[in-house]
Ligand binder design. Structure first.
Ligand SMILES: Nc1ncnc2c1ncn2[C@@H]1O[C@H](COP(=O)(O)OP(=O)(O)OP(=O)(O)O)[C@@H](O)[C@H]1O
Ligand SMILES: [Mg+2]
Length: 601
C-alpha cells in the first residue's frame, strides 16, 4: 500500500525529532479515536436518561471529550508545523553532510543522481508543492479521517460481527474504485513536474536580477512571458486531465457505497424496531455507521507524495555517496614547493565518452612556473582539477616529488595547494571571509598583516571594508565589478600562499583585469608566488610569456614545450597563436597609411 519513499517518510519523523515525532503520532491516534469515544459517551448519556440514573458522570465525560477534540486540533496543527520544520532541517543536514563527504566533485554531476539531487535540494522551496511544515498538516488530516472511520466501525462489532467488515469494505472500495481517477497521484507525474519546472524557470528569468540585462537588451520580455503562460497552461491542462473524475468508477463507487450502507442501516433499524436494541445502543451504532464514512475522505493524500519524495531522495543520495571511496593516502607532502609530474595521464569525465586528456605528459620542476596554452576545450582546466584531486585520472598518474598523488594525505595536499579557478568562488559573505575563508590566515599568522598584504598585492585593497558583505541583498552590502571580484579571488590565493600553500594554479587569473591592472597585479602575483610551483592557464600571451616554461595542449596531450623564446624560435603552434594575437595590435596610421605595430606583447 505504501511505497518505499512513503514508508521511509513515516519512519523518519521520530528520527528528525524523537519527542516531537512521537507526540505527533500520539496526538494523531488520539484525534482519530476521540469521535468514536464521543459516540460511546453519547450512548451512555442517553442510557442514563432512559434509565433514570445520574447524568453527572456521562455529562462530564462528554464535556471532557469534547474539550479534548477542540484542544487537540490546534495543538496538532502546531506540532505538524514544528515536525515539518524539523524534518526539513534534518534532511537538509543529511544532504549537506552527504554531498560534502566525497573528496571529488563527480557525484554532483552524476546524471543518475541528478533527479534525486534536484528533489533533495529544492523540496522545501515551495516550488513543486507546499513546504514540509505545511504538508504535515494535510497529511495528518488524511490519516485522522481514516483513523476516525476505522475506529467508528470498530464500535459496530458490538452490534453484528459482519457490520464493521461490510462498512470497512464499502468505504475502502471507494479508494480502490476511484484510484483510477488518481487525483493526487497523477497530479505529480513527470510531465506535470517538467511543465512546472519550465514555468518556474521562465518566471525566474523575468523576476531575478541575473537575466535582467539580456532579457531587456534582446527584447525577450514578451517571449519569456509567453513561455511562462504557455507552460502554465500546459501544466493546468495536465493537472485537469489528471483530476477529472472517470464516470464509470464514480458510478460503481456510488453503487457499492449505497448497497453496503443500506445493508448496515437496515439491520440497525430492523433490530431497533424489533426491540432488540435499546435507544442508547441504537444511537451509538447509528453514529458509528455514519462515522465510518470518514474512511472515504481519509487516507494518504496528495501532500504525502511531495513530502515523501525528498526523504527517499536523500536516503538514495546518501547510499550512493557512501560508496565513493575516500582518499586513503597517508604520506605527508613536503613543506617546500614540489616537483609535479603528469605521467601519461588519461581522463574522461564520468558519464561522457570523449577523453579530454590522453597520454598527457608534463613535468613542472619544483619552484618553477609552467604556462599551459591551448584552444577552448583543450583540457587546461581539467588538468588543474586533476591536480587538486577533484577527479582522479582514468589512466596514468600524477606524482608529487615522485609520490603518486593518490598516496598523499589529501587534506594536507589541499592545504599546500591553492587556485584561482576560471569560475572562481564569489562568496556572499564579507570581504574578509572572501580573502581568508575559514580564518586560516588569521589562525596561522595572526590577524591583519598577511590579509592586508594579500589584498594590496592583488589590487583589492580599498574595494570595501573588511567586514562589508559582498552582496547587495544584505544590510550595508555592496557588489563588485567583474574585475574587482577577480582581484578578490587573487587575494584569496595569495592569502593561501602566505598560509603555506606551495602549489599555485592560476586559471585565467587576469581575464577580467584592465590592461594596467593586468600588468601590475600579475607582476606582484609572480613576485608573491616565486617560491611556489605554479601552473598558469591563460589566453593572454602577455601573461603567458612570463612563465618559466610554456606547453601547448592539443588533442589531450602536450604538443610543444619550452620557454617563450624557444617556442617562438621553433615556429610552431605557439608562434602561430602568439602572432595571431599580436596582429590584433597592428593598425594603419590614419595619416600615412603605414602599419603601426603596437608591441604590447
Ligand atoms: N564537468 C564536466 N563534465 C563533462 N565534460 C566536461 C566537464 N567539464 C569540462 N568538460 C569537457 O571537457 C573538455 C575540456 O574542458 P576544460 O574545461 O578542461 O577546457 P579548457 O581547456 O579549460 O577550455 P577553456 O579555454 O574554454 O577554459 C571540454 O570539451 C568540456 O566540454
Ligand atoms: Mg578552462
Amino acid at each position: 500500500m505504501l511505497n518505499a519513499d512513503q514508508r521511509a517518510f513515516f519512519a523518519e519523523l521520530p528520527r528528525a525529532s524523537r519527542p516531537l515525532g512521537t507526540a505527533w503520532y500520539a496526538v494523531l491516534v488520539l484525534r482519530a479515536v476521540l469521535p468514536a469515544l464521543l459516540a460511546l459517551a453519547t450512548g451512555w448519556l442517553v442510557g442514563a436518561v432512559a434509565g433514570g440514573g445520574s447524568l453527572l458522570v456521562p455529562l462530564l465525560t462528554i464535556g471532557g471529550l469534547f474539550t479534548l477534540v477542540q484542544l487537540l486540533g490546534p495543538l496538532h496543527q502546531a506540532l505538524s508545523t514544528e515536525v515539518g520544520h524539523r524534518l526539513a532541517e534534518h534532511l537538509n543536514d543529511r544532504l549537506l553532510v552527504a554531498c560534502l563527504r566525497p573528496d571529488g566533485i563527480a557525484h554532483l554531476e552524476n546524471p543518475e543522481l541528478a533527479g534525486d539531487l534536484a528533489v533533495a535540494r529544492d523540496f522545501d522551496l515551495g516550488m513543486t508543492g507546499p513546504p514540509l511544515h505545511v504538508s504535515m498538516d494535510f497529511i495528518a488530516d488524511g490519516l485522522i479521517l481514516l483513523g476516525t472511520g476505522v475506529a467508528a466501525s470498530m464500535i459496530l462489532f458490538g452490534f453484528r460481527w459482519w457490520a464493521p467488515l461490510v462498512l470497512l469494505a464499502t468505504w475502502s472500495s471507494t479508494h480502490w474504485l476511484l484510484r483510477e481517477s488518481g487525483v493526487w497521484k497523477d497530479r505529480n507525474t513527470a510531465p506535470v513536474r517538467q511543465a512546472q519546472q519550465h514555468a518556474e524557470y521562465a518566471y525566474r528569468l523575468a523576476v531575478d536580477p541575473p537575466a535582467a540585462k539580456e532579457v531587456r537588451l534582446f527584447g525577450l520580455g514578451p517571449w519569456v512571458l509567453d513561455r511562462f503562460r504557455e507552460r502554465r497552461r500546459q501544466l493546468h491542462a495536465l493537472q485537469y486531465e489528471a483530476t477529472r473524475l472517470r464516470e464509470r468508477s464514480v458510478l460503481a463507487a456510488l453503487a457499492v457505497v449505497s448497497a453496503g450502507n443500506a445493508l448496515v442501516f437496515w439491520a440497525i433499524a430492523d433490530a431497533a424496531l424489533d426491540g432488540g436494541l435499546s435507544v442508547a445502543r441504537t444511537i451509538v451504532f447509528l453514529q458509528a455507521a455514519l462515522g465510518a464514512s470518514a474512511i472515504a475522505f481519509g487516507g494518504l493524500n496528495w501532500a504525502l507524495d511531495g513530502a515523501a519524495a525528498p526523504v527517499g531522495a536523500v536516503a538514495r543520495i546518501e547510499g550512493a555517496l557512501r560508496t565513493i571511496p575516500l582518499g586513503t593516502g597517508r604520506q605527508v607532502p613536503r613543506n617546500d614547493a614540489p616537483e609535479i609530474r603528469f605521467e601519461h595521464v588519461g581522463f574522461t569525465y564520468p558519464g561522457t565518452e570523449r577523453s579530454v586528456l590522453d597520454g598527457f605528459d608534463l613535468t613542472i620542476p619544483a619552484g618553477t612556473s609552467m604556462a599551459i596554452v591551448g584552444v577552448n576545450g583543450a583540457g587546461k582546466t581539467t588538468a588543474a582539477k586533476l591536480l587538486c584531486r577533484l577527479y582522479d585520472p582514468g589512466s596514468g598518474r600524477i606524482t608529487i616529488d615522485g609520490t603518486d598523488l593518490r598516496e598523499l594525505d589529501l587534506e594536507r595536499w589541499r592545504h599546500r595547494t591553492t587556485a584561482v579557478f576560471q569560475d572562481y568562488l564569489r562568496l556572499e559573505w564579507t570581504l574578509r571571509d572572501n580573502v581568508d575563508p575559514a580564518g586560516r590566515l588569521d589562525r596561522e599568522h595572526g590577524v591583519g598583516d598577511e590579509l592586508g598584504r594579500a589584498l594590496r598585492a592583488a589590487g583589492a585593497d580599498g574595494l570595501a571594508e573588511l567586514d562589508t558583505v559582498l552582496a547587495k541583498g544584505y544590510p550595508g552590502g555592496t557588489d563588485l565589478s567583474g574585475g574587482q571580484w577577480q582581484r578578490v579571488a587573487l587575494a584569496r590565493t595569495l592569502g593561501a600562499v602566505a598560509a603555506g600553500a606551495r602549489v599555485v594554479l592560476l586559471d585565467e587569473p587576469t581575464a577580467q583585469l584592465d590592461v594596467r591592472g593586468e600588468a601590475e597585479i600579475f607582476e606582484r602575483v609572480l613576485a608573491a608566488t616565486r617560491h611556489c610551483t605554479t601552473i598558469l592557464v591563460s589566453h593572454r600571451f602577455q601573461t603567458v610569456r612570463r612563465a618559466d616554461r610554456i606547453c601547448v595542449l592539443e588533442g589531450g596531450r602536450v604538443v610543444e614545450l619550452g620557454s617563450h623564446d624557444e617556442l617562438m624560435a621553433h615556429g610552431g603552434r605557439y608562434r602561430t597563436m602568439f602572432d595571431l594575437q599580436a596582429s590584433r595590435f597592428v593598425e594603419l596610421d590614419p595619416e600615412t597609411g603605414e602599419e603601426l605595430v603596437h608591441d604590447t606583447l
